[in-house]
Design a protein around this ligand. Structure first.
Ligand code: ATP
Length: 269
């Protein structure tokens, strides 16, 4: 993998490693049209993140992180850009690495697998993550109260997500939301591009995606995506797909879905 949980690299080394891997990816030639498209998306997103780092100091920035695939790509690009901008080094006086501030809003009925991935990736990438268990608006209000220096938050929303249609790279909150700048570096990535990036760079991701979940919410409103259900004939001819004590998966993995608009078929309204 790009980085593994067991490595526990010092923060500047971690960012350098991610940077070098992405730089090598951007240099790769003779690629499929799909990978070329991902290279282009990567360049655009890094440009947005670098602009954010010009506009805001690190303590003013945070990342909305819930262990989902879109904010995972965003996190990796953020760590890459921190290296490019020389922001990953420890302060000479304290020798402490800069805090990568994150806010995680826990679903009322979270998946254990999501909680586990948020915890393991928080360790792997040395995140300073604050967690809130309340509705989004109230959680962001509390977060801004608890971290008054934060002015702008990276969000992994994409164009085809609910409310994503009219967003730009930088949008202030509106409609009575707590006031901050939302930064959307991956807004124009397609579903397939997200998975191509994650798999090409071998980035560890939440295990639920291998079980047919394509978008993660809480256990009550999130199911494997019906578009990924395997035909009955390939599931094993026994109840629950279990034969000889081994379970045959009933769903194909998330990365096999193609269509952006089918992504949320496993989510209740
Ligand atoms: P997936 O769609 O597979 O769940 P994702 O969670 O990254 O991936 P969305 O669910 O579309 O993407 O959410 C868009 C973005 O909003 C996330 O990338 C993240 O930045 C932010 N976000 C959504 N839910 C939460 C949450 N509970 N806590 C913190 N940030 C969140």
């Amino acid at each position: 993998p790009l980085v593994s949980d067991s490595e526990q690299l010092p923060f500047p080394v971690l960012c350098g490693k991610i940077h070098d891997r992405i730089a090598a990816f951007l240099e790769e030639k003779d690629m499929s049209p799909k990978l070329k498209q991902v290279q282009e998306q990567t360049r655009i997103s890094l440009g947005v993140i670098e602009e954010a780092l010009d506009r805001y100091s690190l303590p003013e920035l945070s990342l909305a992180y819930n262990g989902g695939k879109d904010c995972l790509v965003l996190l990796i690009l953020y760590l890459c850009a921190l290296h490019t901008k020389g922001c990953s080094r420890a302060a000479p006086d304290t020798n402490e690495h800069p805090a990568i501030q994150c806010v995680y809003i826990q679903a009322p009925d979270p998946f254990a697998e999501v909680e586990e991935f948020v915890a393991s990736s928080t360790r792997t990438y040395s995140l300073s993550l604050l967690e809130y268990a309340k509705p989004m608006k109230a959680a962001f209000a509390d977060y801004l109260h608890d971290t008054p220096q934060v002015k702008a938050i990276f969000v992994g929303t994409r164009r085809t997500d609910p409310h994503g249609e009219h967003l730009t790279h930088f949008d202030r909150t509106d409609h009575g939301w707590p006031d901050f700048m939302r930064i959307h570096p991956v807004i124009d990535w397609h579903y397939v591009e997200i998975w191509t990036f994650i798999r090409h760079l071998n980035i560890p991701y939440c295990i639920l995606y291998d079980r047919g979940y394509t978008s993660l919410g809480g256990t009550r409103d999130t199911h494997p995506n019906p578009a990924l259900r395997k035909p009955l004939s390939t599931q094993g001819n026994v109840p629950n797909g279990t034969a000889n004590g081994t379970t045959t998966p009933k769903f194909r993995p998330a990365y096999e879905l193609i269509d952006d608009y089918e992504e949320r078929l496993g989510r209740d309204k």
